[in-house]
Design a binder for this molecule. Structure first.
Ligand code: UT7
Length: 332
């Protein structure tokens, strides 16, 4: 061990200003507000403006995270951007963000684990920081899901939204807590469960819009999230009772409720904002974490549990202990 510990020193988030309500869907699709609210927990979602892309959202969230960490873009060693909806196929959206921020010293790359992307990126960030490869990282989850939707498919169109969240992860030699155990998983045999048929090199004639087997995904998500959480709690040597706040991927309120019930977590220990954003894929956890921090729901010493499941299929969970890091930089 290097003696370095990865800690979150700033958070930020951003969502496009345009709100799309359930009634907006009911106006042209065979659906209604009651069905969507009861089956998913979603009331509204944000939709990117014409010409607004994943990097635009990412830059806004990253600037807020930098500000809350008290850092300048030039302080950053690397940018990890989790996204399944890049601006263009290549170069990476992270490089576009690096240029826009003026993070001239930073390496930059995208990471695609779809809805699990932010937990994957945090795991990589922890490794980079704790091995001494980088001291200050921006970890971003940003998605414009609205450009990957089949707007005539009521089973998927109503679920997703656009947004971005970011955190600054720094190396500390004095903080003993920060990012704890993280564990990832994948099972590519189920790649068809949620996928976009076109948009890549395989089937260029197919549309690049989301296809999902909703019911199967739902059942697997509940089972796999529970397994993943129990695995990471065991690694950390703690039980669900030690968790102050669960910040889960926001895919469906019934998935979150089922997980919370299995872990025995009361509602006040679960961060939920799916009602306002829908499923923003890799952005959902960092947006929820930023809202929890800014909303005063996170206190010094709190243990926070992150967990996600998504296309791939992929999953991952991580435990971190919150510290009021910014004031401690002088000792880091
Ligand atoms: O980010 C990670 C990946 N995504 C997820 O984790 C999402 C997981 N899946 C889900 O959230 C849910 O499966 C859905 C919200 C997609 C669907 O809910 P469900 O309770 O599993 O419904 P269902 O697919 O079993 O469909 C029940 C009925 C069907 O009608 P029939 O066949 O019973 O006549 C659907 O056609 O509900 C119908 N339905 C709708 N009705 C009104 C499906 N979507 C809608 C809709 N409005 N928007």
């Amino acid at each position: 061990m290097s003696g370095l510990r990865a800690v979150i020193t700033g958070t930020g988030s951003y969502a496009p200003s345009r709100i799309m309500t359930n009634d907006d869907f009911a106006a042209y699709l065979e659906t209604n507000d009651t069905w969507i609210r009861e089956r998913t927990g979603i009331r509204e979602r944000r939709i990117a403006a014409e010409g607004e892309a994943t990097s635009d959202l990412a830059v806004e969230a990253a600037n807020k995270a930098l500000e809350s960490a008290g850092l300048a873009p030039s302080d950053i060693d690397g940018i990890l951007l989790a996204t399944a909806t890049p601006d263009i196929l290549f170069p990476s959206t992270a490089c576009l963000v690096q240029a826009r921020l003026g993070a001239t010293r930073a390496f930059a790359f995208d990471l695609n684990a779809v809805c699990s992307g932010f937990v994957y990126a945090m795991t990589v960030a922890k490794s980079l920081v704790e091995t001494g490869a980088a001291a200050r990282l921006l970890v971003i989850g940003s998605e414009v899901m609205s450009r990957s939707l089949d707007w005539s498919d009521r089973g998927t169109a109503i679920l997703f939204g656009d947004g971005a969240g970011a955190v600054v992860v720094e190396a500390s030699t004095v903080v003993s807590r920060g990012l704890g155990s993280f564990r990832l998983g994948a099972d590519g045999r189920h790649w068809e469960m949620i996928h976009t048929p076109g948009g890549g090199s395989r089937r260029t004639e197919e549309p690049a819009t989301i296809r999902m087997k909703g019911g199967e995904t739902f059942k697997m998500a509940v089972r796999q999230l529970q397994e993943s959480v129990l695995e990471v709690l065991k690694l950390e040597g703690i039980s669900p009772a030690d968790i102050s706040l669960l910040v889960p991927h926001q895919a469906n309120i019934r998935i979150i409720d089922a997980l919370a019930a299995r872990l025995g977590l009361a509602p006040e220990r679960i961060m939920v904002n799916i009602d306002r954003y829908g499923n923003t894929s890799a952005a959902s956890i960092p947006v929820a974490l930023d809202e929890a921090v800014r909303g005063g729901r996170v206190q010094e010493g709190d243990r926070i549990l992150l967990t996600a499941f998504g296309a791939g299929v992929t999953w991952g969970s991580g435990v971190l202990t919150w510290e009021a890091h910014r004031q401690k930089r002088s000792r880091m």
